[in-house]
Ligand binder design. Structure first.
Ligand code: ADP
Ligand code: MG
Length: 488
């Protein structure tokens, strides 16, 4: 490696002496380049042009003070050191020089070995700095290259480092992330406690035994990704404790696992169940017809009004039960039948609007006010009928949740290359204990529920390549957001 020394002195004799001492002390095989500049201005020009490792600068120059030259010289050539040469040195002058960033100060009456040693030390320091920087750059490149999330958090959960992947998931640049509260900015509320506990373990200097999985919500995004974290014990760094974490994005894997499990559950019900459902439908329709006729006959029989009313009540109960069975069958068939979807332009606002007017009466009967907020002209490529089913199921759930009235808000808005439909209610919310189950086929908390509504929603949204997000707070309400690609 070549070392570059820059001598800045207007005294040509001294400059030559300095150069001779350095060159004669140069070890065999080392390469040394010595430049000379006579003024501060030419020294800066040199530094910018070729750079240097160590500069020997006379304190008194024709156009500048050597002390004032230290900063600009070192800025012009990164990882460099400056040694000041002075005719006489007071304690104050030495301190001022060190404050200004000088490596050392040497008197003009120097001994050659003193000069050589000082310059060697300065060269070593400059080289170590350069090596450290290079090493850091290399680490950084490796960390940025990997497809895993790498983060470092300080003792207050503030981001000390985000690699490229972390920044990508967080929807910010790595630099913009530094200093922000990691947990508050990107982790869903539900996961705060668990992640907080794991971080506390890491800060006690212990390895977090089992990996934890949390959501990770990009700034401004509606949907959380799933990340599996591995946290190391805290490391003392720059006067503070830093916890390093590695995260793997498992969103797709989890979604696939869930879908595979559900598909398996459905296929386990099998063709037999499918056929059975079809078989039940015909006698059910016959029973419905017979019940209708029975009602007419009751009227014709005309015994006393009271008996007639009581018979009608029974008939209507049986009728309701048949209707419920019919609904269960259609929903089950919708879910189990492997049918493709249409790809046609869907005007999402219109579609949601038509479902809302269809349900208006039933909303009024419950004392529910409907608010809609649709971005104009939002359209996607998809299956109109199936998407109508999605919106209907969500709206019905919202209405059913608000037994004592409330507000149902329906929103349609574009989000990049997606469209988000949000159905929000002011109902009782969903118990966290069952939140994970609401999309399971046949899971219901309602007396007359089929438990298939949300399963159907999920199947249809999956078919459209979309996402579902459910936010619910007890006593406040529930918001279900589905997003589908515009498909353009
Ligand atoms: P069903 O409506 O027949 O019960 P779903 O699959 O539509 O079946 O919903 C499953 C369960 O999810 C419901 O029984 C209810 O407990 C819960 N749920 C769904 N939507 C809401 C909502 N908006 N508010 C409260 N709970 C809800
Ligand atoms: Mg439902």
């Amino acid at each position: 490696m070549t070392s570059r020394v820059l001598i800045v002195d207007d005294n040509a004799d001294l400059a030559t002496t300095l150069r001779d001492v350095l060159v004669s002390a140069k070890a065999e095989g080392d390469s040394l380049v010595v430049d000379v500049a006579e003024s501060g201005e030419s020294a800066l020009a040199r530094a910018k042009e070729t750079g240097f490792d160590v500069a020997l600068v006379d304190v008194k120059l024709p156009d500048a003070s050597g002390v004032d030259l230290i900063r600009p010289l070192r800025d012009a050539s990164p990882n460099s050191e400056v040694v000041l040469i002075t005719g006489f040195a007071s304690m104050e002058a030495a301190i001022a020089a060190l404050r200004a960033g000088a490596f050392a100060m040497i008197l003009k009456s120097f001994r050659p070995d003193e000069l050589v040693t000082t310059v060697r030390q300065a060269l070593t320091k400059a080289r170590l700095q350069r090596e450290r920087e290079e090493l850091e750059r290399r680490y950084r490149a490796v960390v940025d290259l990997t497809d895993v999330v790498v983060i470092a958090l300080d003792a207050q959960d503030k981001v000390a480092l985000f690699n490229r992947k972390a920044a990508e998931l967080a929807g910010v640049s790595p630099d913009a992330a530094v200093g922000r509260d990691f947990v508050r900015a990107w982790i869903p509320r539900d996961d705060h406690a668990r992640l907080g506990e794991a971080l506390a373990v890491a800060r006690r200097g212990r390895r977090v035994q089992s990996d934890i999985e949390t959501g990770f919500v990009a700034t401004g995004a509606a949907f959380a990704r799933r990340v599996r974290w591995h946290l190391g014990p805290a490391i003392e760094e720059g006067g503070g404790e830093i916890v390093y974490g590695i995260g793997i994005d498992v969103t797709e894997r989890r979604a696939l696992e869930k879908r595979a499990a559900d598909a398996e559950a459905l296929s386990a019900m099998g063709t037999l169940a499918l056929n059975l459902a079809h078989e039940i439908r015909n006698p059910l329709n016959a029973a419905k017809l017979q019940l209708h006729l029975l009602g007419k006959d009751v009227d014709k029989l005309s015994p006393e009004a009271e008996t007639r009313a009581s018979l009608h009540r029974r008939i209507s109960i049986v009728g309701d039960e048949i209707a419920r069975l019919n609904r269960l069958l259609s929903e089950f068939l919708e879910l189990a039948r492997p049918r493709g979807i249409a790809r046609e332009p869907v005007h999402v606002g219109e579609l949601v609007g038509s479902v809302l007017s269809f349900e208006r009466e039933s909303a009024e009967a419950r004392g529910v006010r409907i608010v809609s907020d649709f971005a104009p002209g939002v359209a996607a490529i998809g299956d109109t009928e199936k998407l109508r089913q999605v919106v209907l199921n969500l709206v019905v759930n919202a209405l059913e949740a608000m037994k004592d009235g409330g507000v149902l808000t329906a929103r349609v808005a574009p989000d990049g290359d997606r469209i988000v439909i949000a159905i929000e209610d002011t109902g009782p919310g969903i118990d966290p204990a069952v939140r994970a189950q609401v999309f399971d086929p046949f899971f219901t908390t309602k007396e007359a529920g089929t438990g298939l509504g949300l399963s159907i929603v999920r199947k249809i949204i999956d078919q459209h390549g979309g996402d579902i997000r459910l936010d619910s707070e007890l006593g406040v309400g529930t918001t279900v957001r589905v997003s589908i690609p515009t498909g353009r």
